[in-house]
Design a protein around this ligand. Structure first.
Ligand code: AHG
Ligand code: MN
Ligand code: MN
Length: 320
């Protein structure tokens, strides 16, 4: 099996981007080691602090964030770091010309109940000739030079793309990342969908219509039955879709009409949309392609419909 180092050296990617991916992988390996020990490593439970999202931080949110900041800064593989857990981006003097935005621990509500969680990262080109700030992260997702995640599940998998398809690597006992999938792809047709159905009474009509047709199955206009899964960790749900197809939705809803959705554009929707498109799928906010959106703030939220192209085209079409 090809190692991550071998894949990267044969990828043609710039040496400093290869180095960045290696440091991300190494740091996520350290996060995974703590996740694996759970209570024994004292990483469960609340941190007793809130983040800029107004969410109660879990201990592992903070630990993972600190490991990534330390790892990326000390290796100087990026010149600025943005995180779900930090109000503003931090500058790394002398860092390589990349901006890294990350969700250090995705699926925090699953940490204490031993369900798969992950780390999501997005790599953007840094501005030339200036010290970067929050505003430099505000680039459309199609400008990403790399994006990926590590899912801490029954096995620990690194899934990422440098813009030439999506590869998966599995962490072995010796701490090596070995390629286990050469190219991930999402079939155009879906058999499975993911949405938090407890919000259904709050959905806008196009989502009501689309999910209603999935629920009607063989008896309705889709003339086929669908299965439903909702893990509550975007990384786990998107990983399933990259492995066996399907659709993932986190729509805006009427609970907070002025909020465009729960998920964050820069370090959840954009990296996942990059992977999904590289795997032959599609990703929109219900109206337009997510990777074309012009971000206006670091922690901007967005509605997300991603996965099987036929399904995303259909549900986006329902939005008029
Ligand atoms: P995070 O833990 O980084 O805040 O992300 C959680 C997100 C995402 O991973 C998941 O798909 C979604 O929240 C689940 O939301 P609900 O709990 O509302 O279903
Ligand atoms: Mn998240
Ligand atoms: Mn998070």
């Amino acid at each position: 099996m090809k190692s991550l180092e071998e894949f990267l050296s044969g990828s043609g990617a710039p040496a400093d981007l290869q180095q960045l991916v290696l440091v991300l992988a190494k740091t996520c390996g350290e996060i995974g080691a703590k996740v694996r020990l759970g209570a024994l490593a004292g990483v469960l439970g609340e941190a007793g602090s809130d983040n800029v999202q107004g969410e109660h931080q879990k201990k592992l949110d903070v630990i993972a964030n600190d490991l990534l900041v330390d790892g990326l800064s000390s290796a100087r593989v990026a010149v600025a770091l943005g995180s779900e857990e930090m109000d503003h981006a931090i500058v790394v003097p002398g860092g390589a010309p990349y901006l890294v935005a990350f969700d250090p621990l995705d699926g925090s509500s699953n940490i204490d109940v031993n369900v798969s969680i992950g780390t999501i990262f997005s790599v953007l080109p840094a501005p030339k000739g200036k010290t970067p700030g929050d505003e430099d992260f505000l680039q459309p997702g199609e400008r990403q030079v790399a994006a990926g995640y590590v899912v801490y599940g029954p096995s620990t998998e690194l899934v990422f793309s440098l813009g030439s398809g999506v590869q998966a690597f599995t962490l072995d006992h010796a701490g090596r990342w070995l390629m286990t999938v050469e190219r991930m792809n999402i079939p155009a047709a879906a058999k499975e969908y993911a949405i938090n159905a407890s919000n259904s009474r709050h959905w806008q009509p196009p989502v009501q219509r689309y999910v209603g047709e999935l629920l009607a199955g063989k008896t309705g206009p889709r003339a086929k039955d669908f299965n439903m899964r909702w893990v509550g960790s975007m990384v786990a749900d998107v990983h399933r879709i990259l492995c066996r197809g399907g659709v993932f939705m986190y729509p805006a809803d009427l609970r907070e009409p002025d909020k465009p959705g729960k998920l964050r554009l820069l370090y959840e929707a954009n990296p996942m949309s990059f992977l999904v498109e590289q795997a032959g799928g599609a990703s929109t906010n219900g109206h337009e392609r997510i990777l074309s959106l012009q971000p206006t703030k670091l922690h901007e939220r967005v509605a997300v419909f991603l996965g099987a192209k036929e399904e995303i085209d259909l549900v986006t079409g329902y939005h008029g």
